[in-house]
Design a binder for this molecule. Structure first.
Ligand code: NAD
Length: 440
């Protein structure tokens, strides 16, 4: 069905999965995105200096007692990029490829994501270099608690509020929250972290929030492009929290989900994949491995070919740097909705702009996750909890308002949606930094 394309691959020594050879610095890419917007609005050098670089970078060593009695030392990071507009906010990623460059980039995108959707939060991100699939539940709990304990003074409801990201989940957020609460007197202090289980002060709608926010944007983008969602086909890379809910919620809009993938393979069906069946399969088998033997789908020889399928909407929902100068010329989707952070490089952006591909950029498209995290934090601080209906209404308003202001800016400055989102966000962060002034 899909023509195989020759690529150089480098082995991922920790997981044994091939990746694109083009090693891109995610943080350099993020800075290029910033520069494009800053140049257009003629941001002053002082303002650039105040808001471009991360304000605090922490690296910790995390010694953990393994089940066999041995000790392994892991490396963890927390980067607080900017707190001009509110407490630092951003997830914690557990992945073998985590590195400081990536965490800096992810923290940077959080600052401008919170500003794009207008929530009073700054930007941060954390990460631990680990393949959690190789840890027992006990080892994972000890690592999670040690990570939080090592940097406990950085965290706090008014300081820095983590959340889930790749390979972290509500259970890990519960351990973070408990570690913090025990450290400060054995109390119950839920507002220090979001994405918690409902039973521990989590919010209704948080688990589907990232994908739901994307769907609100896709509906508005389809109106703008005069695309009919009930006639649209979709390919989704990544089938975790963001990707699996993306499949479910877009199919509820009438889209046909033609391809899905995860770390263990990519699967296609022209007739459409039933998201509920795929989600049930992953719940049982922990990944999509072997899905083609279970359902009427075909397995792609090269999972990266999913990105080049002739679909209407492409949803990257895995990791950064997936759509590059190398494969962008072969992308055929009319619309790319970035559930993942940083999936398109600046080189890819330039190529896709010429092809008139409509990109809903990450700092807008996947902001529903942090949007509902903010609502969770508000509920924790009030001690009063809203219904799912209430949360969905607030999320819809937040996303539609942000989409409208980014689209308007894009049309006004005649720039792609990514640059427009940065124009909106940079102005908000720069103004807050200017108003606060310098403490000296
Ligand atoms: P997750 O751990 O729940 O899922 C990640 C998925 O990506 C898994 O299915 C994994 O197998 C797959 N994957 C990893 N490497 C892959 C590869 N090379 N090819 C194909 N699939 C691959 O993580 P998540 O929370 O869904 O996060 C996915 C992306 O969305 C990340 O970029 C994250 O930063 C972003 N994001 C997540 C949230 C959130 O609330 N969870 C919010 C905003 C943005």
């Amino acid at each position: 069905m899909v023509k195989a394309v020759k690529r150089t691959v480098r082995p991922n020594v920790l997981e044994g999965h091939p990746q694109l050879s083009e090693h891109q610095s995610a943080f350099d890419n993020a800075l290029k995105q910033f520069d494009r917007a800053a140049h257009i609005i003629k941001l002053k050098p002082d303002q650039v200096a105040m808001i471009k670089e991360p304000r605090k970078i922490t690296e910790v060593k995390l010694p953990i007692r393994m089940d066999d009695g041995s000790i392994r030392v892991f490396t963890g990071y927390r980067v607080q990029h900017n707190v001009a507009r509110g407490p630092a906010k951003g997830g914690v990623r557990f992945h073998p490829d985590v590195n400081l460059d990536e965490v800096k980039a992810l923290s940077f995108w959080m600052t401008f994501k919170c500003a794009t959707i207008g929530i009073p939060m700054g930007g941060a991100k954390g990460g631990v270099i680990v393949d959690p699939r190789q840890l027992s539940a006990g080892e994972l709990e000890r690592l999670s608690r040690r990570y939080f304990a090592e940097m406990i003074d950085m965290f706090g409801p008014d300081r820095d509020v983590p959340a889930p990201d790749v390979n972290t989940n509500p259970q890990i957020m519960a351990w973070f929250m408990d570690t913090y609460s025990m450290h400060f007197g054995g109390n119950y202090l839920p507002a220090v972290v979001t994405g918690k289980p409902l039973e521990l002060g989590g919010s209704e709608g948080r688990s589907s929030a990232t994908a739901q926010g994307m769907v609100f944007c896709v509906i508005k983008a389809a109106e703008h492009l005069r695309m009919k969602l009930n006639k649209s086909t979709v390919a989704i890379q990544g089938f975790g929290n963001a990707g699996s809910f993306a499949a479910l919620l877009l199919s509820q809009q009438g889209c046909t989900i033609q391809a899905i993938s995860d770390i263990d393979g990519a699967f296609v069906s022209k007739k459409g994949i039933n998201p509920k069946e795929a989600i049930a399969y992953v719940e049982k088998h922990k990944s999509l491995k072997g899905f083609h033997r279970h359902a009427a789908v075909e397995k792609l020889a090269d999972p990266m070919d999913l990105l080049e399928l002739p679909v209407d909407i492409l949803i990257p929902a895995a990791l950064e740097n997936q759509i590059t100068g190398d494969n962008a010329p072969r992308i055929r989707a009319r619309m790319i909705a970035e559930c993942a952070n940083g999936p398109c490089t600046p080189e890819a952006d330039d190529i896709l702009e010429k092809k008139k591909t409509f990109i809903i950029p990450d700092i807008l498209c996947n902001a529903g996750g942090v949007g509902v995290s903010y609502l969770e934090w508000v509920q924790n601080r009030m001690g009063y909890y809203w219904t799912n209906e209430h949360v969905q209404q607030d999320l819809k308003l937040m996303m539609e308002r942000a989409f409208a202001s980014v689209l308007e800016t894009s049309l006004q400055f005649k720039v792609p949606m990514r640059t427009a989102a940065f124009i909106v966000a940079i102005q908000r962060v720069a103004r807050a930094a200017e108003l606060r002034g310098l403490y000296a």
